[in-house]
Write a protein that binds this ligand. Structure first.
Ligand SMILES: Nc1ncnc2c1ncn2[C@@H]1O[C@H](COP(=O)(O)OP(=O)(O)OP(=O)(O)O)[C@@H](O)[C@H]1O
Ligand SMILES: [Mg+2]
Length: 295
């Protein structure tokens, strides 16, 4: 398949004065193949999702280059990297939302709990029901708070009021929103603040019991207080849900995730436990990025 060189090359750390070498990133920018540093402990965790030699092209432009990575079960994994490096594209590839874009081609595969995501026999509607996705901007449906949360159950034909009420309460408690909305469940979700709407979207995703929860910069449209609440919520989900989260915010990645993957121009550069990536990365390039020296 044709590969076209990206025209968007993030500024690299220079070696002038700082002593930082960015050989590997310069090699990537030239279009060379570079090895990925994946820490051994990543392979020791039980995966919920496996990304296997996955590449993606928009038309003739290749934006994901042969990425392989397991995503650990019941842990939070953060995808970080400069703007345009393919984080959202990789996330959208997991639930095959990129199918909706014309001229997208992929090679390789992903597996959700052992099921091939890109197998021609995979029912994409069914696949998407097995995952939850939360975007940058909260997108509550124009209906009541209650109906937003139980939406997936309604689609599945659940009519038992007590089941719906129970799931609604558990999900809203799980999303740390119950106390704020328990007396106005029949009000429109659109009346909530941005931060409350985002927690509602997470409650809606959690209510469907997703095998993986995909979060694409879930705090970027929120103020610091609402952001703090979402970060607390992500901490709460830890251990119970498998979360794959894109973030631009290094503090957020270091606080809220168990594993961190650093991407650059469509390649996976280094991937390991968050504590290692932030305090003892294998590559100087990773250290430069997570300490804010470029990107
Ligand atoms: N629908 C599309 N058609 C063509 N090119 C696209 C499309 N969506 C994204 N791209 C390109 O693919 C590359 C990766 O984009 P993507 O949105 O995945 O990056 P990102 O890492 O999420 O960036 P950001 O941090 O800015 O959100 C970019 O060069 C972008 O311009
Ligand atoms: Mg993005």
């Amino acid at each position: 398949m044709p590969a076209q060189k990206e025209n968007l090359t993030p500024a690299l750390p220079g070696d002038g004065g700082s002593g930082i070498s960015s050989d590997r990133l310069q090699a990537v920018a030239r279009g060379d193949n570079v090895p990925t540093e994946v820490h051994q402990s990543v392979f020791e965790a039980r995966p919920v999702l496996k990304i296997n030699a996955f590449s993606l092209w928009y038309g003739t432009k290749q934006v994901i280059h042969n990425i392989s990575m397991p995503i650990p079960r019941n842990q939070v994994t953060a995808l970080v990297g400069p703007s345009g490096c393919g984080k959202s594209t990789l996330l959208r590839s997991v639930n095959r939302m990129n199918d909706l874009i014309q001229n997208v081609q992929v090679t390789g595969d992903m597996q959700l709990n052992g099921d091939s995501i890109y197998d021609s026999r995979m029912d994409v509607i069914d696949l998407r029901k097995r995952m939850g996705m939360v975007f940058q901007k909260p997108n509550p449906f124009p209906m009541s708070i209650f109906e937003n949360v139980v939406y997936a159950l309604r689609i599945d034909g659940e009519k038992n009021r007590s089941v719906l009420e129970e799931v609604c309460e558990i999900s809203l408690r799980g999303a740390a929103l119950w106390d704020e909305v328990k007396d106005c469940l029949n009000d429109s979700a659109l009346k909530l603040s941005g931060g409350q709407q985002q927690r509602l979207c997470i409650a809606r995703a959690v209510a469907a019991e997703p095998e993986v929860l995909l979060l694409d910069e879930p705090c970027s449209a929120l103020d610091p207080i609402a952001t703090g609440k979402i970060e607390d919520l992500i901490q709460e989900l830890r251990g119970r849900y498998s979360v794959l989260m894109v973030t631009h915010n290094m503090q957020q990645a270091s606080r809220a995730s168990d594993y961190t993957a650093f991407m650059y121009l469509g390649r996976l550069i280094e991937y390991g436990p968050t504590s290692d990536i932030f305090t003892n990365p294998v590559l100087q390039e990773t250290e430069s990025y997570v300490t804010g020296r470029f990107g």
